[in-house]
Design a protein around this ligand. Structure first.
Ligand SMILES: [Fe+2]
Length: 270
């Protein structure tokens, strides 16, 4: 059974077309995992999996985290559908999921169930490529640095004047120190950035933040980014260990609904 692939940009994003049944049976699982690692995000246009199919397909690629209802987490800003809706607005800013965990999730599969009339495109930035393109001297300097990640850092971008209850909620998540450069088991290296990056350990606060801002700007140049303009029934997978993502803002009452399944992390961030 054939797997047809088309690279969507030189540095990130590949479209995959394959027989639905073969995908569900896991026939191409090894090839898909390999593509994911090399291309950051893979897209299955209008494959139209229902929840059971999305779960079955996810299980061919790794272990599914039991989130949401039976593993299906609803990504929506509608509070009636997801009590975490307020937090999900943090997704308007570049981030990796689980960046305050020891082992960030491996990958997520997202399928479009209802679209917003405006906004809602999802963007992915490769985090290997911008590291690989840095001068050798800067690579060496960055490898020595560690970054403190907090939920507060990303949430403050949405809620600059939080209530004491909001701050208390953010502080329930412990700050996490990660190296700025992740050396993967494969030997490849990537930058660990995103809006949860609060400051650099042992560096003047403002100087550290300026460096993080400069690196984020470098890493999200158009040549490292793929923007997905959704069609109903599209399913995509992003490598959460080798890409950052964000969603372009959309209205909370737009009805936008994505169903997400997430694969357990397999590699400690070191
Ligand atoms: Fe996310």
């Amino acid at each position: 059974m054939k797997l047809t692939t088309t690279d969507l940009t030189p540095r990130i994003g590949t479209e995959i077309r394959a027989d639905r049944e073969a995908l569900l049976k896991g026939t191409h699982a090894a090839a898909i995992r390999d593509l994911l690692e090399r291309r950051g995000v893979v897209i299955f246009p209008e494959v139209r999996f229902n929840d059971e199919e999305q779960l079955a397909f996810s299980k061919t690629l790794g272990e599914v985290i039991p989130q949401g209802e039976k593993g299906i987490f609803k990504v929506t800003l509608d509070r009636n559908e997801n009590k975490m809706a307020e937090y999900l607005k943090g997704g308007f800013f570049w981030h990796i999921d689980g960046s305050t965990d020891d082992v960030p999730t491996r990958a997520s599969l997202l399928s479009a169930r209802h679209l917003s009339q405006t906004g809602g495109q999802t963007e992915f930035a490769n985090t290997y490529a911008p590291y690989e393109d840095l001068p050798e001297s800067e690579k060496k300097a960055l490898e020595k640095l560690r970054v403190i990640h907090t939920i507060e850092s990303i949430q403050r971008k949405i809620y600059p004047d939080p209530t004491p209850q909001q701050v208390e909620g953010w502080h329930a998540y412990k700050p996490k120190s990660h190296p700025l450069v992740w050396t993967h088991l494969s030997g490849r290296k990537s930058l660990v950035l995103g809006s949860t990056a609060s400051h650099i350990e042992g560096m003047d606060l403002e100087a550290g933040r300026a460096l993080l801002a400069r690196l984020e700007e470098w890493s999200t140049q158009p040549r490292f980014v793929y923007q997905h303009k959704w069609k109903l029934g599209d399913l995509l997978i992003w490598d959460n260990t080798g890409a950052m993502h964000r969603v372009l803002p959309y209205a909370a009452d737009s009805g936008r609904m994505m169903h997400r399944t997430t694969l357990v992390g397999e590699e400690e961030l070191v």
